[in-house]
Design a protein around this ligand. Sequence first.
Ligand SMILES: Cc1ncc(COP(=O)(O)O)c(C=O)c1O
Length: 390
Amino acid sequence: MDASNEQNGTKKHNAWVGSAGAAGYDLRSDTMTTPTASMLAAIQSCSLLDDVFAEDPTTIDLESHCAALAGKEAGLFVLSGTMGNQLALRSLLTQPPHGVVCDYRSHIVKYEAGGVSALTGAMVKPVVPKNGIHLTLEDVKDNVYLDDDVHTCPTRAISLENTLNGMIMPLDEVRRISEFAREHGIKLHCDGARLWEVVASGAGSLTDFAACFDTVSLCFSKGLGAPIGSVLVGDKNVIKHARWVRKSIGGGLRQSGVVTAAARVAVDETFGKGPNGEGGLLRETHVLAKEVAKIWTDLGGKLFHPVHTNMVWLDLDDAQCSAARIDELGKELGLKLMGNRMIIHYQIYQNRDFVVPRLETIFKTVFQEKANKAAPSEGVTAETSMYRTQ
Ligand SMILES: Cc1ncc(COP(=O)(O)O)c(C=O)c1O
């Protein structure tokens, strides 16, 4: 064994290998993407000054670059997508009684530990979109409270998630909702954890989408592949307030350059250099996601949601396959799966020659087993919690 590769008897190994590492086999989430060698190089040459004092050039540069891409005045680096959403809503809302309207499948209602009610005191109104894909202005109008009747909880914010389950809310619809919100003094937030994907699909530029919102939160650590972080963009006043709230919940950072340097590489290399994702890597993942979906449907499978971007949702109920069974089939062939949701992130794309034939084998086994079965299995539906174990 090479002595230089050994420390305290433990073999060191280099994990900065991109798609050759764990992420190249992991379709559970785009959060599984791992940072790359070029991110490591950027970390090695980042500035190391204090961000609570707002003195760190690498961080300031990332914040202003993202704000510029989105056409907003200011940006604030935050530790997670959850933190971005929560700071945004806390900063947009003033005092109860107030309500937030959103899609019933939104991350802010399903997966943020009840943060909106705990941090803002707002009543969340989760809405089922009539078209099954995204909210429309008509859905919003049916669910807002605009009057000052003492019995009602007035709607003060609308939070739109784009993409939601990989599906796109088109720019025209966002614009309709935005006009309505502005007309009625309602604030509009975008959980844009994957807005990069919307842009990469050609549905509109980051600037076009962001112009509709008061605040937009964008994640670096999902499809873009950075290890940590998100950015919240908006006007100077709202971002100043969010910085304050961030401090109050322990999110003030010291030498944040070590994480913001990697995030900048993620934006430049994975999303691309301009507001339309010019030169980025996301578009080809959408093409591959459609190919994977086609392998499934050609075998007779149904999809739970249409494939607009990088997510493929299999209808496992229809295929009479349980989440546990498909995970097991994946494990046997060296793939990490999580039930009916498959995420084709860019490191899966880079490892596609390994992944796609194995997915095909798994899908064929699923349908072979269905054919062999007499009675239907219990299966899963898409709207259970991903994290629920009972
Ligand atoms: C749409 C959406 N918003 C927000 C988040 C929260 O991001 P984080 O896990 O960084 O808190 C996620 C996480 O997967 C998400 O999918």
